[in-house]
Design a protein around this ligand. Structure first.
Ligand code: NAI
Length: 350
């Protein structure tokens, strides 16, 4: 089913309102979910609405959170999320971080006690659109083995960087630190298909190709990816005094409880370094040089991070809208808030 931007956003917004979010919070959340779906990040778009609705309806997302911005220095702050909607807390926190970075040159914000916040590239892009450079780190529920380990300890702990250019291009690098998302394993399992041996391990920590035997995901790039996912948890967890490592709450464990997740934003003003115009001009030069490079055989072009996402968005609207799978569309247009499908589920058993 292909939907226009407004149709998709409104369907998601209405469902979230029905589940219990305020009009403002539902609108902000639906905007980011639409941002993800239109860029082809379907793992973080409409597919999540039913889960969020169940969590909201069961009390695991505070619908009238007491958000609090606490400055801890001229360029540092804590944003207390009160287990409100992660998308909303993250957007407000990034707005405050941008303000502080413009004033102080750099701003570091630790966001504490939030629920899932989706594609974190949305938040770094917010800063880049205001001529700032940004980094975001975010915790997620334990499902990846440390390098050489047998048990899930870290989440898919994403990292995002964003930077402006002198033209309308924005670099948005945004990735999970696992080779694949858990959703890809579930998809293969449901089709009884094998997976490449680089994606996941079994209970003994050995690489598996049988998708039914997966016990944990593998970090990207071996020990290097493990180091990255660990440091994401150091910045977004240990440093903020929220649960860390294997103590991070599970997405599907108890939907009546808040998730207490942590996230960190670091935003810098290029005018405090090389100068804004020089920075943006050089960034445009970098993207031009990369884009003009002859591509290796089998690759159409050298893309900059985020370029293909914007191309997917533009193509979707040129060809009739954003593709949403029928089952999700049927749920979005139904009268049901949720189908009680996610609470107390063990993701490895599904
Ligand atoms: P991905 O693998 O699709 O892309 C990762 C990065 O590589 C992107 O910046 C993309 O622009 C770049 N890239 C991909 N192919 C490229 C190419 N051919 N040339 C140049 N650059 C290329 O993303 P991934 O890792 O699957 O993450 C998807 C989304 O999931 C992200 O938005 C991430 O923030 C989100 N996420 C959120 C989590 C949370 O708990 N909040 C947990 C994990 C992921």
């Amino acid at each position: 089913m292909k939907l226009s931007r407004d149709e998709l956003k409104n369907l998601m917004k209405n469902k979230l309102i029905k589940a219990g979010l305020s009009e403002e919070h539902a609108d902000m959340t639906a905007e980011i979910l639409t941002w993800s779906d239109e860029r082809g990040y379907h793992s973080h778009g409409a597919v999540r609405v039913e889960y969020y609705s169940e969590r909201i309806a069961k009390g695991g997302i505070t619908t009238d959170p007491k958000f609090e911005w606490k400055e801890t220095g001229p360029c540092s702050a804590i944003y207390e999320g009160d287990n409100g909607c992660g998308y909303v807390a993250s957007t407000f926190a990034m707005e405050k971080t941008i303000e502080m970075a413009k004033k102080s040159g750099i701003a570091v914000t630790g966001i504490r006690n939030i629920s899932h916040s989706g594609s974190i590239g949305y938040y770094t892009e917010m800063a880049a659109k205001q001529d700032l450079v940004a980094i975001a780190f975010c915790q997620s529920d334990p499902m990846a083995v440390p390098f050489g380990g047998t048990e899930p300890y870290y989440g898919t702990n994403p990292i995002s960087f964003a930077a402006p250019t002198a033209d309308d291009r924005t670099v948005v690098f945004d990735m999970a630190t696992t080779v694949q998302a858990w959703g890809k394993i579930l998809d293969k399992r449901s089709r009884h298909e094998a997976i490449p041996d680089t994606w996941a391990v079994d209970e003994k920590g050995q690489p598996v190709t049988d998708s039914s035997l997966v016990n944990a995901l593998l970090p990207i790039a071996g020990a290097k990816g493990y180091g990255l996912m660990m440091m994401v948890d150091v910045f977004a967890g240990v440093l903020l005094g929220v649960p860390f490592g294997k103590h991070v709450s599970s997405m599907y464990h108890d939907l009546s409880k808040g998730r207490d997740l942590g996230q960190m934003f670091i935003v810098m003003d290029p005018s405090r370094f090389v100068g804004l115009d020089a920075f943006k001009k050089s960034m445009s030069q970098v993207l031009d040089e990369l884009g003009e490079m002859p591509a290796a055989e089998g690759y159409g072009k050298v893309y900059y991070p985020g370029e293909r996402a914007v191309m997917r968005r533009d193509k979707a609207y040129e060809t009739g809208g954003v593709e949403i799978v029928d089952e999700i569309y049927d749920y979005l247009v139904s009268d049901d808030v949720h189908y009680d499908r996610y609470d107390h589920k063990n993701r490895f058993a599904e």
